[in-house]
Design a protein around this ligand. Structure first.
Ligand SMILES: Cc1cc2nc3c(=O)[nH]c(=O)nc-3n(C[C@H](O)[C@H](O)[C@H](O)COP(=O)(O)OP(=O)(O)OC[C@H]3O[C@@H](n4cnc5c(N)ncnc54)[C@H](O)[C@@H]3O)c2cc1C
Length: 308
């Protein structure tokens, strides 16, 4: 047996993995199988390219507890490759499954390609200064972070659903307490437009410049780690980067952000990047589509005024 297997505990992420899975399935001439918990989602997955949906039926709430069951299914099916949504939970589950199956695991791939029987992944190394290309062994597991791919498009694709009643291993994770993360306002990770402030702001009053620009653009405000952790002008859920949020807006405008690798690691996938900085050698300009060398106190009000 073979095939491409896709799993995420989050339905939108499964739909994104289907985009990667479909390209791979075409090049390898393989079928796409989705492992999911909800029968309701099956139809949507099939329309988006799944050939077969395995619906695991259980009311156990903790996805990590399904690792043994998913590992057992994969052992029996002997897939060519397994794509798992790289959420925090997904990565935990992927590592448990990989350990149980004694198979390879590539985390955070941003590209996956198949040719003949060879599958290659690409992932960022050292916060973004290198790209690592790896050839997978048969049956390897690959995690792909949310929003790396757009959701697959609907089509008239046909497929089927198999319901499997399961008893997850509840003892895998024992949850003592649940403490939801409360975002003060919208989550920057899903924002369409972002205005990012860095240490180039002279003082907290300069936040007004960012707020005025953001208001005109209907954008949200985010920042570098220094602004959140050192200055405390914004909360820590608002900083972008390697240890902060990974963002992928259509428009990202930075003001006074130098663009160190740890920051760029979180925003490099933005569609259009505009940077304003006084230092023409600031690394942010290497990541930017449009760079404006100048004082933010002068440039940002001009931009805001231009927007009407
Ligand atoms: C393990 C590790 C993890 C990290 N993770 C993250 C992370 O997730 N996210 C993150 O952001 N950082 C992270 N950092 C910190 C990162 O290395 C940088 O220190 C930080 O991003 C710099 O923030 P900044 O650009 O605001 O400040 P600076 O690097 O000080 O840059 C300020 C910029 O403002 C410009 N400037 C000054 N005045 C003006 C003006 N008037 N007009 C226009 N421009 C002006 C300067 O030319 C400069 O380019 C991490 C560091 C480590 C060691």
């Amino acid at each position: 047996m073979a095939g491409i297997y896709i799993y995420s505990e989050e339905q939108p992420v499964t739909e994104q993995l289907l985009t990667a899975g479909k390209t791979l399935a075409n090049s390898l001439n393989e079928k796409i199988n989705v492992i999911d918990f909800s029968e309701q989602d099956s139809e949507s997955f099939i329309k988006k390219g799944a050939d077969h949906v395995l619906c695991l039926k259980s009311d156990h709430p903790w996805p990590e507890s399904y690792a043994q069951i998913i590992a057992d299914i994969l052992k029996e099916k002997d897939p060519t490759v397994v794509l798992i949504g790289g959420t925090l939970r997904g990565k935990t589950t992927a590592s448990i499954i990989a350990a149980k199956l004694q198979t390879g695991l590539v985390n955070n791939a941003f590209a996956i390609e198949g040719s003949g029987s060879v599958i290659e992944t690409k992932r960022i190394m050292y916060s973004g200064i290198a790209v690592c290309t790896e050839e997978l062994c048969h049956g390897s597991i690959v995690t792909i972070e949310p929003r790396t791919f757009d959701a697959a498009q609907d089509s008239d694709h046909q497929g089927d659903t198999e319901n499997i009643d399961i008893q997850p291993e509840a003892k895998t994770i024992t949850v003592g307490n649940v403490c939801p993360i409360v975002h003060q306002d919208n989550d920057i990770a899903t924002a369409e437009k972002l205005v990012c402030v860095g240490r180039g702001l002279s003082d907290q009053n300069d936040m007004k410049l960012a707020e005025e620009l953001a208001e005109k653009l209907h954008a949200q405000i985010c920042c570098t780690r220094s602004v959140a952790e050192d200055y405390h002008w914004l909360t820590t859920d608002k900083y972008v980067g390697l240890s902060g949020a990974k963002v992928k807006p259509n428009l990202y405008i930075s003001m006074g952000v130098s663009g160190q690798v740890q920051h760029v690691a979180g925003m490099r996938d933005s569609k259009v990047i505009v940077a304003v900085d006084t230092n023409e050698n600031a690394p942010i300009f290497a990541a930017a589509d449009y760079g404006i060398v100048g004082d933010l106190h002068e440039i940002i009000p001009l931009l805001t005024k231009e927007l009407g």
